[in-house]
Design a protein around this ligand. Sequence first.
Ligand code: HEC
Ligand code: HEC
Ligand code: HEC
Ligand code: HEC
Ligand code: HEC
Ligand code: HEC
Ligand code: HEC
Length: 388
Amino acid sequence: MQNPTVRTNRLSFVFAAVAISAVAAIFGGWSMWSGTDSKSPPHPPSSAGNTERFVGSSNCEECHAEQFQNYLQSGHARTFWSTRDFPLREQFDGLTFEDRERGKTFQYRANESGVDVSVPGVFGGDRFPLQFAFGSGEHAMTLMALTPDGSGTPVGIEHRVTWFSGMDRAALTPGQLGLKVQHEIEHFGRVIRGETLERCFGCHTTSCSIQDDTLVDLIPNVGCESCHSGGASHATLMADDPTATNAGFESRSWRTDKQISICAECHRGVNNIKPSQIRRDNAKIVRYQPVGLVQSKCYVKSQRLLCSTCHDPHQHAAKRSTRDYEQKCLQCHSADVSQAVQCSVSPSTGCISCHMPRVEIHPTISFHDHWIRIRGEADPPAIEEERE
Ligand code: HEC
Ligand code: HEC
Ligand code: HEC
Ligand code: HEC
Ligand code: HEC
Ligand code: HEC
Ligand code: HEC
């Protein structure tokens, strides 16, 4: 398939041609994660430069096989890929995408070093590597290139095109419609720099640091140690003395706020969002489960509702049946519980679809609204659940 007469350039080739000044970031889409709309940007637990030693999740399997096996099927185990071995190689190999807004065409090809792209209308036959992909593909997967800019500083290019699993096709990356090309490099997508770039990798990997167009000390995905920091010393201690109890760890005794704040480091918490955005009609916040949950009367009045009350944090959330989730509600809302408030409409079933339904935030991308409440006209419209 490979055409030997075609050069594959590093994207820095484009930077060399255009002196690029600070690029005004435009927010929305994935980059709403980057935190400019927030009081304090989220701090992923594993950002670059972290000096902690990580051993990687596979080193936990030997003693924690159950958590490990469940984990392998969860979204956390698939948040970050090299395009050398990501699951969409076939879809991208030979793909042509028409960018109608700009009147340009992207042509993709898979090769042994990953996926590359050409934009014939701008760069002729030159091809540029897109080394990484973000997202499990449950909703979507976005490609990303790393390259040094004109001054040698590594920058990320969030590619303009994303694969949407729900549509089974490529479309513009959320937030990039209307993005003007001020610098040639932006033909490929949005330029992401500095701390914002580190945060992308910080939330989607367990550890890594960025050097030029590569990542060093990479432990991809949200691994065991993203939530259980100190895994390395624990594993060593346990190997030396298997009778030690919980050496270095406290996960079971995490208080409600502590656990929620660990999840909120990536899923976003109330400190990462302007108070004025926390409104019941704001559909965007359904993406931030920790923000919604703590608005719920269930949380406020019980003071003991954790993420793990309903989720096994090691398991893919959709593996648990809707009935199982309802059982969690009934732990606090059934006639058997003293002082429990019961539903007058449907006391034993259907809780999720009425009180925490799916809400769409982008075509084919929806989340369950974790602001558990009695819903009315002012709330974002619910969409139907595809599964039982
Ligand atoms: C050599 C065996 C061994 C290895 C390797 C190991 N653990 Fe453990 N771990 C244990 C034992 C034993 C316990 C305590 C028994 C228990 O409570 O289940 C434990 C307990 C834990 C707990 C529970 C703490 C609590 O609050 O109850 C967590 C979390 C944990 N390990 C995470 C990890 C992670 C993450 C790794 C990989 C980085 C890892 N372990 C590697 C043996 C091991
Ligand atoms: C603060 C942590 C954080 C940062 C920073 C972050 N992400 Fe994410 N990302 C997440 C979380 C959490 C999800 C899962 C959303 C969900 O499914 O609840 C996610 C999901 C995704 C998905 C899958 C689509 C989806 O909605 O499930 C893509 C693609 C993605 N991120 C790309 C990026 C890119 C590109 C960047 C950098 C511009 C980035 N992310 C920065 C936390 C982060
Ligand atoms: C998304 C965050 C997260 C990740 C990733 C994660 N854990 Fe946990 N883990 C937790 C939380 C939260 C608890 C406490 C659960 C509870 O209180 O019920 C926990 C509890 C545990 C426990 C105590 C027993 C139990 O199941 O409650 C062990 C052992 C453990 N984790 C091991 C692991 C291993 C091994 C991995 C990687 C394969 C891993 N964890 C990945 C969040 C995580
Ligand atoms: C280091 C960042 C990070 C932390 C910490 C984190 N998550 Fe996630 N989580 C992600 C990303 C990124 C995704 C997106 C995966 C995808 O693209 O589908 C995700 C997806 C999920 C999903 C949907 C996918 C699935 O398999 O069901 C659930 C549920 C989830 N996280 C729960 C939690 C809980 C509960 C905690 C805290 C105990 C937590 N997460 C902590 C980054 C994180
Ligand atoms: C840890 C206990 C607990 C769990 C689990 C729980 N709730 Fe609640 N919930 C409460 C408490 C306490 C209140 C406040 C009752 C009162 O007004 O005194 C409440 C209130 C509510 C309300 C009324 C909200 C309002 O704004 O008036 C609804 C609806 C509700 N819960 C539904 C659910 C559903 C659905 C689930 C499962 C997805 C659930 N709850 C899980 C404890 C819980
Ligand atoms: C009262 C029960 C309950 C609690 C507490 C809860 N969740 Fe969920 N969560 C659900 C249900 C139900 C789903 C839908 C699962 C499915 O069927 O796919 C879900 C789905 C998710 C998903 C997948 C994306 C989505 O929204 O559909 C993420 C991510 C998630 N929860 C994160 C969290 C985090 C983080 C916390 C703690 C801040 C948390 N959840 C607390 C019930 C709960
Ligand atoms: C068909 C939609 C629907 C289903 C299914 C449903 N609810 Fe409700 N629920 C409502 C409505 C509407 C109200 C408000 C009723 C009112 O104001 O009289 C409500 C009220 C409540 C309240 C507040 C009661 C009070 O007096 O303050 C709780 C708690 C609650 N529901 C929990 C649940 C639980 C738990 C389930 C699942 C076992 C469930 N609901 C199933 C629609 C539903």
